[in-house]
Design a protein around this ligand. Structure first.
Ligand SMILES: NC(=O)c1ccc[n+]([C@@H]2O[C@H](COP(=O)([O-])OP(=O)(O)OC[C@H]3O[C@@H](n4cnc5c(N)ncnc54)[C@H](OP(=O)(O)O)[C@@H]3O)[C@@H](O)[C@H]2O)c1
Length: 369
């Protein structure tokens, strides 16, 4: 299977200056102009468009904005299909999912229908899936991937991530818990799991491989693996104005690893995962005040903030108006003062809480970054 690198029509030079400090770093690229120096003027970052991509360390390209598809279990799956189709129509070319979201049949149908009506070709879509934690045993990695490919009815996935560094007990139960409701863990050496991920890339079943919810120590473990064949292209982590991940971002940039930010809008506040008492991100007065200046919503400011930091942004919506709104973020530019004010909102607040054992040695969020 030959991969045709995506050709974009955008003229994008760069986004975050420090993104280009290391020799092998992700770069925002366009078709004809690249630079290794960061944005010096508003004009440069204004050049970000909905077609902008970041070049990954394996040479592939990831669109800078993706549709998130994680929804609480009581949301009907029909909604995810309609949302993916609406997003493709609105210009999104990047869809983020995971085996554990149990929505890949619907996403595969949505992609197939948009290919059938000539809106896109397969090579225009960048689709991400994730290896679930009950499949960390190296011989099970391809099993999980095959299940995703079969559900999607695709012959390759653009980006495949280890969903979490913590392994769960191998078996039929996807959410293995004991009779007290506590997770049952089963840890494998992440380097061996990674080696099985590399084999999936080498077999052409996935174009790029990466990780999610890894801290810098766990990334370092993979990067220092003897015989490493492919570096992780990205680390997907929760990242928004209340958890801006500045240290992890800096670390990832220095290693040529793209940071893909999820929960950009403060998550869906699923009561199983999020403390209902946590502040509602989209009600933040600073987001509102800055948005008013540009006639933009708090959601649009939250998306734009991370885009200007060189982060690949995921925004979930199943609402057609929100889907359109969240991609209308390429016609305004936050000033350095706006960015500073938004940086000031950071309070290391994590919305997603899987209620895992914080004493598990692979629990990723004890480390500072
Ligand atoms: N790797 C991981 O472990 C991990 C963890 C979490 C998430 N993710 C990925 O990242 C994606 C995004 O994160 P997320 O789903 O947690 O949430 P999110 O994108 O931060 O927020 C989604 C919520 O914001 C609402 N919303 C969207 N656009 C809006 C707008 N313009 N105005 C007002 N409200 C708006 C959505 O409601 P409507 O649908 O009604 O618009 C939904 O309730 C996920 O879907 C998933 O693909 C990955």
């Amino acid at each position: 299977m030959e991969y045709e690198p995506r050709v974009r029509s955008a003229t994008v030079e760069s986004v975050a200056a420090s993104l280009f400090d290391a020799p092998d770093v992700p770069q925002v690229v366009g078709t004809h102009s690249r630079t290794r120096s960061g944005p010096k003027s508003a004009r440069e970052t204004m050049a970000l468009t909905k077609d902008s991509v970041i070049k990954l360390n394996d040479g592939n390209q990831i669109p800078v904005l993706g549709l998130g598809t994680l929804a609480p279990h009581n949301v009907p799956k029909t909604q995810v299909k309609a949302a993916a189709k609406a997003a493709i129509e609105a210009g999104y070319r990047h869809i983020d999912s995971a085996f554990i979201y149990e929505n890949e049949v619907e996403l595969g149908e949505a992609i197939a229908e948009k290919i059938a009506d000539n809106t896109v070709k397969r090579k225009d879509i960048f689709y991400t899936s994730k290896l679930w934690s009950t499949f960390h045993s190296p011989e099970l990695v391809k099993t999980c991937l095959d299940k995703s490919l079969k559900a999607l009815k695709l012959d390759y996935i653009d980006l495949y991530l280890i969903h979490m560094p913590i392994g769960l007990k191998v078996g039929d139960a996807l959410l293995p818990k004991d009779d007290k409701g506590k997770w049952i863990y089963q840890q494998f050496d992440l380097r061996e799991t990674w080696q099985a991920m590399e084999a999936c890339k080498d077999a052409g079943l996935v174009k790029s491989i990466g990780v999610s919810n890894f801290n810098h120590r766990q990334l370092e473990l993979i990067l220092n693996k003897p015989g490493l064949k492919h570096k992780p292209v990205c680390n997907q982590v929760e990242c928004h104005v209340y958890l801006n991940q500045s240290k992890l971002l800096e670390y990832c940039k220095s290693k040529g690893i793209a940071l893909v930010g999820c929960c950009t809008l403060g998550s869906s506040r699923d009561e199983k995962l999020t403390d209902p008492k946590s502040p509602v991100l989209l009600q933040d007065p600073v987001l509102k005040k800055i948005g008013d200046k540009y006639k933009k919503t708090p959601a649009q400011v939250a998306v734009r903030y991370n885009l200007q930091r060189g982060i690949v942004v995921l925004a979930k919506s199943f609402n057609p108006e929100h889907i359109k709104q969240n991609i209308q973020v390429f016609d305004f530019q936050l000033t350095p003062e706006d960015m500073k004010a938004l940086d000031g909102l950071n309070k290391n607040l994590r919305y997603m809480d899987l209620k895992m054992d914080t004493k598990n040695p692979e629990y990723p969020f004890n480390d500072e970054f």
